[in-house]
Design a protein around this ligand. Sequence first.
Ligand code: BGC
Ligand code: CA
Length: 340
Amino acid sequence: MRRIIVFAVIALMLVPVVVSANGAPDAKGGKIVIGANIYSFADNFMNGVMKPELERYAAEKGAAIIIVDSEGQQAKLNDQVDVFIAKEVDVLAINLVDPASAASVIEKASAAGIPLILFNKEATEAGIMGTYDKVWYVGTNSAESGIIQGEMMVADWKEHPEWDKNKDGVVQYVLLKGEPGHPDAEARTVESVKAFRDAEIPVEQLALEADPNWSTQHGNDKMQAWLTASFGDRIELVICNNDGMAFGAINALKAAGVWLPLYGVDALDQALTHIEDGEMNGTVLNDGVGQSRATVDLAVNAALGKDVTDGTNWIIEDNVSKAVRVPYVAVTPENYQDFR
Ligand code: BGC
Ligand code: CA
């Protein structure tokens, strides 16, 4: 009997949640409209993983989402935010172009009283999240990806003494960094290499190149140039801060008939194939699907004036970062099949 009553009470409590999840009506009784952007549709991870899931999951929740391309220009994004505000969207989901330029977007949202979810590029200006009560962030713990990538590389290096080509006990590496000033690029660059130092394996950086677009083209061009540089023969390890750049580096290596241990981040489908083919030694799952869902969940709740994590399993880290951080996972030749 008690059990039946408990079930009945739970069922009653669920009714309004189910209704709003299917219909997601905004304050005016229409569909919730999310005004969103991607910093650049040319980015493999943003366009290939996050954008489709933002669209699919918003539709599943009964919300409308408009996603525009900021084409790598912060000024363009600022204009797009103005247009969204003029159109009276219910909530903004913004992928900053420049992580140091959150202030202008936050000011616009705050002046219009529209809730704002920043995602993928965490604002770097100290204290900025405290300037508006209706701004939150969805992303990852940037350092975690570098730590996981570093641990994989250290374990493999120890298992493969032949990777130390010149037998000097030092890891001669090259690194494809991604966007300078992007918290993910900065943290990965530091943490992956630090793992070697922590394991008391000395490292020597032969080259490091940044690229604001995190692109395959850049990975290809840099790797090609490095292979023919004076230090080309000494390279023992290729560290890539994302899979997109890793794909380019793999192309260049194959074209030159060279094989080198190589690692990425993101776990894009193509990376799993490269792992299968032995062209990549590991990557780190950057859970874009989870981050897209968290972005939409928070956006819909914020638009409804609810607690942003209401009815979800997401956790806001603290009231300074106001961040939901989706965990990274190591992807290796042993477990890559689980990520297909
Ligand atoms: C991803 C990169 C992507 C970048 C865009 C990072 O978290 O790992 O692949 O280019 O976000 O901001
Ligand atoms: Ca060496």
